[in-house]
Write a protein that binds this ligand. Structure first.
Ligand code: APR
Ligand code: PHB
Length: 389
């Protein structure tokens, strides 16, 4: 087999890269180790920054999102028993869209297949070779047979647990990371969310987040200890914490729990995001705690930068954008990391904090929700920083 760009992973990064390349007339093949059913039902966060939802619409994969997604003009911060609204629309003229990541996946898969794109599901034993040369290769098993793809570039879009990052010699990379002394218990509940907008709640019992997937489907999270097991969280305990941490600011309806799980918290960045002709994009190169909801957005930003660089190469033979790929992405990645860390340290009950830190957090919450300058900075970061041209 031969293609221009071979892509490992059919998450938001891999699928969007393939879609953007096709719009430029560039061929790609996606290799995914899971089934189509699996990736289309995997529940992840679902917050899309303004520029990213514009990109989905402009490139013809945003129609269902425009119909079914929930557009938000701002967000609530709850602390000291009251809700405080940060109005993104007034502050920066932008908003965000809530639309499940698996819905974006479904739309991209449908579009790639309708366009004649090749996605090989349930491949096994994927390995990458000759990364330093002009004709890198990918070997894998599919339907019981061994295959090899020869290509010009490899898109390493296989997430945090993929094989692309570990295929790069460790001596060529530097990893930066931080673990947090807490995680989240998350549920999907057949009940209306307590508010039309999202609520981030600061509380002495720990952080809680009230978001949604539709007017009748709530997505709710409570902070839990880092080594906690979901077995320790019977439904009654989750509802009790969700009620308490809303601090009486809104009534909370209970519903049937459709899903329940632990979301882990970690910040991680790998530098550089490239080795020879292997380009890492999305979670394979960086992850962040979900407090800032940046995961899918960073994946989309990386592949937009990568597609522009690859397109320039095929149009003119010029490799300058390819050479700058990692540096261009990392400038934005680090700002998103900074913001995700900032939101995380602002809201969580941290066992390493003392009474001074709790007062400092409250002062900062008060500042962000009462100063236009501080609120505008928060709104600018939350709705998404621009992607460098
Ligand atoms: N071979 C083939 N495919 C693989 C392999 C492998 N060895 N390892 C992982 N994959 C696939 C996974 O099954 C998954 O479908 O790669 C895909 C990676 O997708 P994501 O994990 O969704 O990562 P990414 O596309 O970078 O999107 C980042 O996803 O994890 C969330 O919160 C994160 O929203 C963020 C977004
Ligand atoms: C979600 O809707 O799942 C969500 C929203 C915002 C976050 C995290 C998760 O910060």
């Amino acid at each position: 087999m031969r293609t221009q760009v071979a892509i490992v992973g059919a998450g938001p990064a891999g699928l969007m890269l393939s879609h953007l390349l096709r719009l430029e007339g560039i061929d790609s093949i996606i290799l995914e180790n899971r089934s189509r059913e699996y990736i289309e039902s995997r529940i992840r966060a679902g917050l899309i920054e303004q520029w990213a939802s514009d990109l989905l619409v402009e490139t013809g994969v945003g129609e269902r999102m425009q119909r079914e997604g929930m557009f938000h003009n701002g967000v609530y911060f709850a602390f000291a028993g009251a809700l405080h609204y940060i109005n993104f629309r007034e502050l920066v003229g932008k908003g965000i869209t809530i639309y499940g990541q698996q819905e974006v996946i479904k739309d991209l898969v449908a579009r790639r297949l309708a366009d004649g794109g090749q996605i090989l599901f349930e491949v096994a034993d994927v390995s990458v070779h000759d990364l330093g040369g002009k004709a890198p290769k990918i070997r894998f098993q599919h339907a019981g047979k061994q295959h090899e793809i020869v290509c010009d570039f490899i898109g390493g879009c296989d997430g945090f647990h993929g094989i692309c990052r570990p295929s790069i010699p460790a001596s060529a990379l530097t990893a930066y990371d931080r673990e947090y002394p807490f995680n989240w218990v998350g549920i999907l509940s057949e009940s209306p969310p307590p508010e039309h907008e999202l609520i981030y709640s600061y509380h002495d019992r720990g952080f809680a987040l009230y978001t949604m997937r539709s007017p009748t489907l709530a997505r709710l999270y409570v902070q839990c200890p880092p080594d906690d097991d979901i077995e320790n969280w019977p439904d009654t305990r989750i509802w009790q914490e969700l009620h308490a941490r809303l601090g009486g600011t809104r009534p909370l309806a209970e519903g049937t729990m459709l899903q329940k799980g632990i979301t882990t918290m970690r910040s991680f960045v790998l530098e550089p995001m490239q080795y020879g002709r292997l380009f890492l994009a999305g979670d394979s190169a960086h992850i962040q705690p979900p407090t800032g909801a940046k995961g899918m957005n960073l994946a989309l930003a990386d592949v937009l930068v990568l597609c522009r660089a690859i397109t320039k190469y095929y149009r003119s033979g010029n490799t300058d954008l390819l050479e700058r790929y990692s540096a261009t992405c990392l400038r934005r990645v680090w700002k998103a990391q900074r913001f995700s860390w900032w939101m995380t340290q602002l809201f969580h009950l941290d066992p390493n904090h003392n009474a001074f830190d709790r007062r400092r957090q409250l002062a900062e919450l008060d500042y962000v929700t009462s100063s236009q300058a501080a609120a505008r900075s928060m709104a600018e970061n939350y709705t998404g920083l621009p992607v460098e041209a």
